[in-house]
Design a protein. Structure first.
Length: 121
């Protein structure tokens, strides 16, 4: 019984990981903002080990970088769905895109604020 469950779980995780990888690749290929944020993350990750004084600070610094990437992925997904539904201009479509973009901005503000607070501690 356990082996059947284990096999199903493994298969499910592999499918999920594959589709997640496709999503990351598509966002990297099609979204300039995501590419810039990836490059900044790759640049700042080594800096996190230098800046952080504790493991908790290190986790927080890295988490804020990934928060920006996560919110950017969600923003891109919302934009894609809105564009897929209709190409005509509509107030709700514009509002949805603007709000998703605002979420990205807020995640960047949190990231910068956190890095400044920990960096200048």
């Amino acid at each position: 019984m356990w082996s059947i469950f284990s096999e199903l779980l493994k298969r499910r995780l592999l499918f999920s990981a594959r589709y997640s990888w496709y999503g990351l690749r598509a966002c990297f290929k099609n979204e300039e903002a995501f590419r810039v944020e990836i490059y900044i993350t790759l640049l700042l990750l080594p800096c996190a080990w230098i800046i952080a004084n504790t493991k908790l600070e290190l986790i927080i610094l890295i988490a804020t970088l990934f928060l920006v990437l996560i919110v950017e992925l969600i923003n891109s997904a919302i934009e894609n769905v809105v564009d897929r539904i209709s190409t005509e201009k509509h107030q709700l479509s514009g509002r949805s895109k603007d709000q998703a973009s605002a979420a990205v901005l807020l995640s960047i503000v949190i990231c910068v604020f956190t890095w400044l607070l920990i960096g200048f501690n």
